[in-house]
Design a protein around this ligand. Structure first.
Ligand code: AMP
Length: 583
């Protein structure tokens, strides 16, 4: 049906969204009913004793909350080729393989046509709203997207990362065309086996089509920053390729060479223009609009673990607006950004009530401490429905989707920023399980990010920035202490880096941390500066184990079992400081 779609009717999409959200409660009940009826024959659901009931109350009473490990035995059977209705009525034929960057371990999650359709519904919805504010027309997108290899599991199922499963569908292309965002790079580039070669050719395709590029995007904003950091290194080579019409020898994949040779014609004028533009920039400020004069905005997920890259992204984007993309996961999409004018730090995601059934575990009490306790606590409040959430409160989100996940804890914490009609607008807060904790202290990914932001200010006068960061709890020392790893963009004196270390220590404002530090039941925070390129090595490690750049998120807290990443970090330390902030 989508393939036949020729014209995109934004007003129709918006009207449909308004209808759905005005009656979000009813739509949720109907969605749950549909999911349970479509999958009534699934062994997993049969076991739960629903006996045909599809109402939210029976569902909550019969079906347990689960995490991925609870479902692994079922998923494994499907991966191994069991075609009986295990989790879904219709057999699952494709699996998404998560990168494992957030949890340190790769995992399979079922993927099917319904999940693809909900992804595209999200894309269409946010585009309809975005295009009212920032219209693009008859253009192309410079999209830094990368498909991983799709392979067959032993049981004969297709498996690839979720983004690969989406990018490789014909519906994705049709939808991207319909929403005026077709990728300027050919498939051979998107699905090339080496991401560095693909990235180089994405840049080259963008430059060849420079006048047609109307938006620069990626799934997660990190990929855009990464692309322009690479551009700083390879721009002269790119100019040479354009001047001579010959692709650098560094791109070796025959299919990419073949397709690029059709696009690349000697164009000394363009090469000269790019060269001049680049030479005239000050520290690459505004490189995106300088290269692509008709670009309207930069687009990608910019919240959560992407926030630390915003500063650099703003630098590259100059005065172009940064628009955060939508909210979802390999397990399914959740909400669309329908207020694109909000700066990324304030971006919210309106839940589409027909793409899944959503529940929310309340986390926030009256005090911040209470929230921290609840994030960590094993005692849990009862989940509430989509339309019962309260503005200002924080929740852990539970997903039931069309691909065999029932009451699945995604592990994300969201805050309710408001409502659009009856559906909540979510602000992403953090991953629930990423915690620095030694005794009574509890610091989340967000707390770490804020501490790093504060300490990075100490570097600003030196014109040095934090390229990337992660952390670890070191309990081998007595008392245990936090270790923060920083890669920074230049050299700084010991005085400056030790002040950064103190500032980090002071910036964790959690009461448990401060009191433990005061009495030394948590030792002085340690800042370890690592060699330039260390985080590139971590990225390479994840790509080596099957991850894909499109979905990459730097792990912000490294688990002690993650020995490979720890080894990369520890073997690249150039200097370290212990905080003296608490005397
Ligand atoms: P993946 O496992 O690669 O599909 O990543 C999914 C995870 O990425 C989600 O569970 C979130 O933690 C994070 N994520 C996805 N969308 C957003 C967003 N808009 N803002 C912040 N984090 C997001």
């Amino acid at each position: 049906m989508l393939e036949k779609m020729e014209e995109f009717k934004a007003e129709k999409v918006i009207d449909e969204f308004e209808e759905l959200t005005k009656d979000a409660g009813r739509v949720q009940r109907e969605t749950l009913k549909k999911i349970l009826e479509d999958n009534a024959s699934a062994e997993y659901l049969q076991k739960q004793g629903l006996n045909g009931r599809t109402d939210p109350e029976s569902y909550e009473a019969c079906v347990p909350l689960v995490t991925h490990p609870d479902l692994e035995p079922y998923i494994k059977r499907i991966v191994d080729g069991d075609t009986s209705p295990v989790l879904t009525g219709k057999p699952i034929k494709t699996m998404s393989l998560s990168s494992g960057t957030t949890q340190g371990k790769q995992k399979y999650v079922p993927f099917n046509d319904e999940l693809l359709e909900t992804t595209l519904q999200i894309y269409r919805t946010s585009f309809a709203f975005r295009n009212r504010e920032f219209p693009v027309r008859n253009g192309m997108a410079l999209q830094f997207i990368y498909g991983s290899k799709q392979f067959k599991t032993e049981g004969g199922l297709f498996a690839g990362t979720a983004t690969t499963n989406v990018f490789s569908s014909s519906q994705f292309k049709t939808t991207m065309k319909a929403i005026e965002s077709p990728c300027c790079s050919p498939d051979e580039v998107i699905f090339g086996p080496y991401f560095r070669q693909s990235l180089y050719c994405h840049l080259l395709c963008g430059l060849i089509h420079h006048n047609e590029i109307q938006l620069v995007s990626s799934t997660f904003a990190h990929s855009i920053v990464y692309a322009f950091r690479t551009f700083e290194q390879v721009w002269e080579q790119l100019c040479a390729d354009i001047r001579d019409g010959v692709l650098t020898k560094d791109v070796t994949v025959p299919s990419i060479r073949a397709v690029m040779s059709k696009l690349l014609k000697p164009n000394p004028e363009l090469a000269e223009r790019i060269y001049k533009k680049c030479s005239g920039l000050s520290n690459w400020y505004g490189v995106i609009p300088a290269l692509f004069p008709n670009v309207k905005y930069v687009y990608g997920i910019m919240t959560g673990s992407m926030e630390p890259y915003l500063k650099k992204l703003r630098h590259y984007a100059g005065d172009l607006p940064l628009l955060s993309a939508d909210y979802g996961s390999s397990e399914g999409w959740i909400g669309a950004n329908i207020n694109p004018k909000l700066p990324p730090e304030l971006a919210t995601y309106a839940v589409l009530p027909n793409i899944g059934y959503f529940e929310f575990i309340p986390l926030r009490g009256s005090a911040e401490e209470d929230r921290q306790d609840k994030i960590q606590s094993s005692f849990e409040s009862k989940p509430v429905g989509l339309t019962e959430v309260k503005i200002g409160e924080e929740y852990e989100i539970i997903v039931t989707n069309f691909a065999g996940l029932y009451r699945y804890r995604l592990g994300d914490v969201v805050k309710i920023a408001g409502f659009h009609n009856m559906t909540p607008k979510l602000q992403f807060v953090c991953r629930r399980n990423l915690l620095l904790t030694i005794n009574i202290d509890k610091n989340t990914e967000k707390d770490l990010q804020l501490a790093v932001e504060a300490a990075a200010e100490v570097l600003a006068p030196e014109k040095v920035e934090v390229v990337d960061f992660t952390s670890q709890v070191d309990k081998l020392t007595d008392p245990g202490h936090y270790v923060i790893f920083w890669e920074i963009s230049g050299e700084v004196s010991d005085e400056v880096s030790s002040e950064c270390c103190n500032c980090l220590d002071r910036s964790f404002v959690d009461a448990g941390y401060i009191s433990s530090r005061k009495v030394n039941t948590i030792g002085p925070l340690e800042l370890r500066l690592v060699r330039r390129g260390t985080f590139q090595k971590i990225l390479d490690h994840y790509l080596g184990i099957g991850g894909v750049l499109s979905q990459y998120k730097t792990p912000r807290c490294v688990n002690p079992n993650n020995s490979m990443v720890l080894q990369i970090l520890c073997s690249n330390v150039v200097k370290s400081h212990f905080s003296t902030a608490f005397g």
